[in-house]
Design a protein around this ligand. Structure first.
Ligand code: 4AZ
Length: 289
């Protein structure tokens, strides 16, 4: 009887902790990513990585090959000076669900950081970067990426898109630089689903995507940058269509999150990851008669 009571208490506790909204000291539930939920265990978003330094994280990314991570250029380029982060200072964490359970096994050193050569700090255009890992992650964790051919059908306005990250949980208005009382960051990876919005509504460039609810409440936010925006790719699968880039405030009504359109950069990604090896040319002797 007692063991059943304990088992029930543990079950109730698991429900409280494991399901969606975290109840805070003031007794009020708070939204997550903004407006999302904790990812389940096991984590279905195996492609999600955390990008940071030895003891912190500041951005997300995705495994697009066992040893290549797709992320955002603005994660690595100083907004004032344009200086690019030294790849040697970076640590990518793979196979992570809880930041607090990260061990040395999750860590990957970065041997190459390539920010897009046309990344523009003023306009946020071409906000995309690639990181080559010193040791590969599991090939099973990789997410396929959109290309120029399939991108239009995958990103039709109204399509449900999914974003994941350990970024800020609290939305705020574009007139603010952060939520009143400060931002809160989760230990558990969060996920949110939002419709892709029409480009004309957001006033974005053709190489960007915007997503979110017109009423607000669901969005990516600071710390989610560089992370993936995916859409369904048949049963159980995903395909990455966006990289978290920027947006006015977070989850405010009438505003949308802005994502780098992955399909627009497929050729750049392909050339960086798989450079064409130029074979030495063989010339036939010119025979004069
Ligand atoms: C950022 O600064 C950022 N609401 C990321 C996403 C969004 C806004 C800002 C989208 O990293």
């Amino acid at each position: 009887m007692r063991s059943l009571t304990i088992a029930l208490a543990l079950f109730a506790l698991t429900l409280l902790i494991g399901v969606g909204a975290v109840v805070h000291a003031d007794g009020l539930p708070r939204p997550m990513i903004v407006g999302g939920t904790d990812v389940p265990d096991p984590n279905p978003y195996t492609y999600q990585v955390s990008v940071g330094t030895a003891n912190s994280y500041f951005c997300g990314g995705s495994l697009i090959a066992a040893n290549w991570v797709l992320s955002a250029a603005h994660c690595f380029v100083d907004a004032q000076t344009g200086a690019v982060t030294d790849a040697a200072t970076l640590v990518v964490r793979v196979g992570l669900r809880l930041q607090s359970t990260a061990t040395i096994d999750n860590n990957r050193a970065v041997i190459q950081l390539i920010t897009h050569p046309s990344y523009d700090r003023a306009t946020s255009l071409n906000d995309i970067a690639l990181l080559q890992l010193a040791t590969p992650a599991s090939a099973d964790w990789v997410v396929p990426t959109a290309d120029a051919a399939n991108d239009p059908a995958l990103t039709v306005p109204g399509t449900t898109s999914t974003a994941t990250g350990w970024g800020g949980l609290l939305g705020y208005d574009p007139s603010q630089s952060e939520p009143t009382g400060g931002q809160q960051y989760p230990d558990i990876l969060h996920v949110v689903q939002m419709p892709i919005a029409a480009s004309e509504i957001c006033g974005i460039n053709a190489t960007q995507i915007c997503a979110g609810e017109v009423a607000g409440g669901k969005d990516t936010c600071q710390g989610d940058s560089g992370g993936p925006l995916v859409v369904s790719n048949g049963p159980g699968g995903y395909i990455q269509v966006g990289v978290v880039s920027n947006g006015p405030g977070c989850a405010a009504a009438g505003y949308y999150g802005v994502y780098t359109r992955v399909g627009s950069f497929h050729n750049w990604i392909a050339t960086v990851i798989n450079p064409v090896t130029l074979l030495p040319q063989a010339y036939l002797p010119l025979v004069m008669r």
